[in-house]
Design a protein around this ligand. Structure first.
Ligand SMILES: *[C@@H]1O[C@H](CO)[C@@H](O)[C@H](O)[C@H]1NC(C)=O
Ligand SMILES: *[C@@H]1O[C@H](CO)[C@@H](O)[C@H](O)[C@H]1NC(C)=O
Ligand SMILES: *[C@@H]1O[C@H](CO)[C@@H](O)[C@H](O)[C@H]1NC(C)=O
Ligand SMILES: *[C@@H]1O[C@H](CO)[C@@H](O)[C@H](O)[C@H]1NC(C)=O
Ligand SMILES: *[C@@H]1O[C@H](CO)[C@@H](O)[C@H](O)[C@H]1NC(C)=O
Length: 344
């Protein structure tokens, strides 16, 4: 009897605690365990007429773009994209094209986020230039791993995010940082796949103790004519500064393939297992070395695109980042690669 009364009170309380009808959303879409806490809730963020919101938290900020089709009832894939050294949110949005209409993952428009780096001392040591953690010119003491975790949490609680479909990408210094996110267990567990583009893989961004704690899907692009981050690597920069040493991109890709369970290469390897097992030319002037490192683990894959004549650019037919290529890295390869990987 006492329990019946108690249950009735609970029901009444629950009824009045429900959101007003217009915010009551179909339960089918958000029943998924992948739905973030921002699902089914009206966001307090204000988006402008172009679907952008610039979110500021203390001295940090990140630019958010939602697809025109965004609804809080449906979990959406989330793609973070990190700008290059001295660049910013708007430049990364432009060169990556991740806010363009029509990009879909799991049948829904994607949410794109362009975080801004803090200002570091620059290459000469006395400037004020945006840079991510892991480079010789990074601002000292800035924890961009923690910042990234905060950005993702903010996204999950303020928008309806599919937490099994969160991805990281970035260019140059931002590509190096994307690699650091993949090498760090606490962030390798947040993102389903990673795309470092023309990545600046200084030792701070590509640590020898890279330890993701899982197999990590990687899709990487690099131009053979890149003079900023040379494809064949360098032991120092033009001033002889060894802090600017970077690996050969082929060895970098092979290191990921080995970490993902491939090789080391041996004559007993038979395709599709083994380092750089599949070599193809999917586009003009472009070679794809694809390492499939486990027949049963879909995440154990490394795709390396090498583009002849391309400099330090995010590949695009329109030359949005300078170099013109025969394909769009974002639409033709990165988004479909992300789509084929989910975090369980
Ligand atoms: C967002 O706000 C930050 C901090 O005020 C600013 O540095 C950044 O340029 C802004 N981004 C855009 C796209 O307005
Ligand atoms: C910064 O240092 C360089 C030498 O490394 C010097 O040429 C330049 O004048 C300095 N700039 C400022 C603003 O102090
Ligand atoms: C391929 O590279 C050659 C130079 O080797 C260049 O002339 C040509 O325009 C490039 N083609 C495409 C489609 O990028
Ligand atoms: C690349 O993207 C641009 C801009 O969206 C588009 O006009 C062009 O047709 C695309 N090219 C290819 C080969 O997909
Ligand atoms: C949720 O995540 C799991 C594991 O990645 C995936 O198989 C499933 O499709 C996701 N559910 C939805 C509704 O996207």
């Amino acid at each position: 009897m006492i329990f019946d009364v108690f249950a009735t009170i609970l029901l009444v309380v629950e009824y009045f605690a429900r959101p007003p009808l217009r915010y009551r959303l179909p339960t089918l879409d958000i029943a998924s365990s992948n739905a973030s806490s921002g699902c089914g809730v009206e966001s307090s963020w204000q988006f402008d007429s172009t679907n952008h919101a610039n979110i500021t938290m203390g001295d940090r900020s990140f630019l958010v773009h939602i697809p025109p089709s965004y609804i809080a009832a449906t979990p959406h894939a989330l793609v973070l994209s990190y700008h290059g050294f001295g660049e910013d949110d708007l430049n990364q949005e432009k060169i990556s094209g991740l806010s363009q209409q029509g990009l879909k993952i799991n049948g829904k428009g994607i949410i794109a986020v362009y975080p801004n780096a803090q200002f570091g001392p620059g290459r000469s040591g006395n400037e004020s230039v945006r840079a991510w953690q892991g480079a010789p010119y990074s601002p000292p003491g800035v924890d961009d791993i923690a910042f990234t975790q905060t950005v993702v949490q903010q996204m999950q609680s303020n928008l309806c995010v599919d937490s099994s479909r969160i991805y990281a990408s970035g260019k140059s210094n931002g590509g190096g940082f994307t690699n650091l996110l993949a090498c760090t267990q606490s962030t390798a567990n947040i993102f389903a796949a990673f795309s470092p583009v023309s990545a600046a893989l200084y030792s701070g961004a590509n640590p020898t103790n890279c330890a993701p704690g899982r197999t990590v899907p990687i899709i990487n692009f690099h131009g053979l004519a890149d003079t900023t981050v040379p494809f064949y690597g360098q032991s120092a920069d033009d001033r002889g500064d060894t802090a600017y040493a970077t690996p050969s991109i082929t060895q970098y890709r092979e290191a990921w393939a080995i970490r993902n369970g491939c090789g080391p290469p041996s004559c007993s390897d038979s395709p599709p297992l083994g380092i750089n097992a599949i070599i193809s030319n999917p586009d003009a002037n472009t070679t794809l070395l694809q390492s499939i490192c486990s027949a049963s683990d879909n995440d154990a894959i490394v795709n390396g695109f090498t583009v002849k004549c391309l400099g330090h650019s995010w590949p695009s037919t329109l030359g949005l980042d300078g170099g013109i290529t025969d394909f769009n890295a974002t639409t033709t390869y990165i988004v479909p690669f992300f789509e084929s990987h989910t975090l369980t």
